[in-house]
Write a protein that binds this ligand. Structure first.
Ligand SMILES: [Mg+2]
Length: 219
């Protein structure tokens, strides 16, 4: 994966990422498989611009799935749009407090490798970090030496799935948690429209509990 480091220069007003130290065993020369997760509506329940840490609740199946990925040495990367920060519904400090509460609920040791967030309101230009642009995925692949061909993405919105498709991730999973029910029809249109160049396979699932059988693909 080639990523233009010029275009990845951090715009700290709108972009933030944190890499968590984690020991990965195995061949250091090979690239790594990853599972990309959206945050709100996939890892934690979507609370519409969530700001209060007491509102943080994990979605069904999160703990077990993340622990299994951790055991298998598969990278876990969260990519999240946070336009509410620019719209003044919450601050970057609030956003980080939510992330910390989420990690606390997931439990020790923290299985997450990185969280990329952005507060852009529009996805223009197409190089900015807001999904459906694939920029956060490409930056994570560059930062963590990930092989996107051996990775999957899980999201509840069309914009998540489109970001994964644009990053050429081969398997994309749409869940019904968060905004999933509302967006499923659009996902099915995308999945079934033969006129759109789809380089990825889209799987429609109920929640994260259904994904564990697909992890064989990542080994
Ligand atoms: Mg979401």
């Amino acid at each position: 994966m080639i990523f233009n480091s010029e275009s990845s220069r951090l715009n700290s007003k709108f972009e933030d990422f944190i890499l968590y130290p984690r020991k990965i065993s195995g061949n250091k020369n090979s690239t790594n498989s990853a599972v990309f997760f959206d945050r709100d509506g996939v890892i934690i329940e979507d609370c519409h611009y969530i700001k209060e840490t007491e509102d943080v609740k994990l979605c069904p199946g999160v703990k077990m799935l993340l622990r299994e990925l951790y055991r298998k040495n598969i990278f876990i990367v969260i990519i999240t749009n946070q336009s509410g920060i620019t719209k003044n519904f919450l601050s970057w400090k609030d956003y980080k407090a939510i992330n910390n509460k989420m990690i606390q609920l997931i439990g020790n040791p923290n299985p997450i490798n990185a969280i990329y967030g952005n507060s852009y309101v529009s996805d223009k230009p197409s190089s900015n970090w807001r999904k459906p642009n694939p920029t956060m995925i490409l930056k994570a692949a560059f930062d963590l030496k990930l092989d996107l061909n051996k990775s999957i993405l899980i999201g509840d919105r069309l914009s998540d799935i489109m970001a994964g498709e644009r990053a050429k991730i081969p398997k994309l999973f749409h869940v019904l948690t968060g905004h999933g029910k509302k967006e499923r029809e659009e996902i099915l249109k995308l999945k079934n429209n033969k006129n759109i160049c789809i380089r990825s396979e889209i799987f429609c699932i109920k929640n994260l509990k259904e994904i564990r059988k697909d992890l064989v693909f990542l080994n």
